[in-house]
Design a protein around this ligand. Structure first.
Ligand SMILES: C[S@@+](CC[C@H](N)C(=O)[O-])C[C@H]1O[C@@H](n2cnc3c(N)ncnc32)[C@H](O)[C@@H]1O
Length: 152
């Protein structure tokens, strides 16, 4: 049987297009979403950006180890004040890198954190307080004092 090139080319093109659509569907990313490890940064359910679980996360899993530096309170001003953590003493603040500073607050948090001195330096370690479903927003509790000090 003779091969009909006029039939093979459109069929190959159609198969290629279909494969592209299928691959694109499975690899799709929501616009603007940034992902690393178990965390995506997306539009928050409460304010601006927030951190979300991009997969199911088990209770007690460490989801982020943020390299951190402790600085004097006076070194932190403007909007940055709303992003840093309290330091070991009243006059210190902790600047956590990575996604650590992008989590929003909840009084019923699914994430907690602790500081740890590693061989490389100070870290803020974020871990889950309970099982978290894929797509859930991740919150830690900023603490009562955080909101009191920001009342108008
Ligand atoms: C560390 S930032 C969190 C990330 C921030 N949503 C963003 O888009 O960059 C802290 C700021 O988020 C907002 N925020 C955090 N939790 C909130 C909540 N539960 N309700 C309203 N605003 C919240 C407040 O404006 C606060 O100053």
């Amino acid at each position: 049987m003779e091969t009909n090139i006029f039939l093979i080319i459109p069929v190959a093109l159609a198969i290629g297009t279909l494969a592209g659509v299928v691959i694109g569907f499975f690899m799709r990313r929501r616009s603007g979403e940034i992902q690393r490890g178990a965390i995506s940064i997306e539009a928050s359910t409460v304010s601006g950006r927030g951190a979300f679980a991009n997969r199911k996360i088990k209770k007690g899993e460490i989801i982020e180890r943020c390299p951190a530096i402790e600085v004097d309170e006076g070194d932190v001003g403007g909007e940055l004040v709303n992003y840093v953590f309290y330091g070991n003493t009243e006059d210190k603040r902790l600047v956590a890198m990575g996604y650590g500073m992008l989590f929003n607050h909840s009084a019923d948090p699914n994430v907690a954190y602790y500081r740890q001195d590693s061989a490389l330096g100070l870290e803020l370690v974020l871990w889950t307080l309970r099982d978290v479903s894929k797509g859930e927003e991740l919150f830690y509790n900023y603490g009562e004092n955080w909101w009191i000090t920001r009342q108008p």
